[in-house]
Design a protein. Sequence first.
Length: 183
Amino acid sequence: MKKILLILLVLLCASCRRGGDLSTLREGDIVFIETRSFQSKFVKMGMMSIWSHCGIAVNTPEGVQIMEADTTVRILPIERFIDKSVGKKFIIKRPVQQLTKPIDQAEWLGRWYDLNFSFDNEEVYCSELVWLIYKEQGIELCPPVRINEHFMVRFRPLQRALEERGISPEQYAVAPCDLLRAL
């Protein structure tokens, strides 16, 4: 079973275009990376994607930087965001429908990371942050998906991880791979 999962993951990785031109990065662009966090392995396994984290480009006085939901929502230089990625690999995606007004950074900064991946509280996880920023401007990048609709969630170690966090397989979420597939 592990060999089959590894082969599938390698095939998925090989088909992904990596990188992008950082000089063309603009507000609203979404940057996907594979992190080294403990949670990353479960996200990658459950969603069959190496891209386990994402952030959104925002305009700052220092230039374009990345806003991400980590421990809290924060802004950091793009290079620092990419440094968190395994092998410094990343993908930049620009949605077809662009934001019509600047991102209200103050609304998001400092919010706590949502370990339960829930849409019904003030906390946010990485792809939820991106999804909500676009949703506020009337753009739904992708539909939320029930957690149990992701193929590998039926894998017992993932079921245990969900149970330990009190995450219902019936709840809706938006994973980084959901955003990436929609773009």
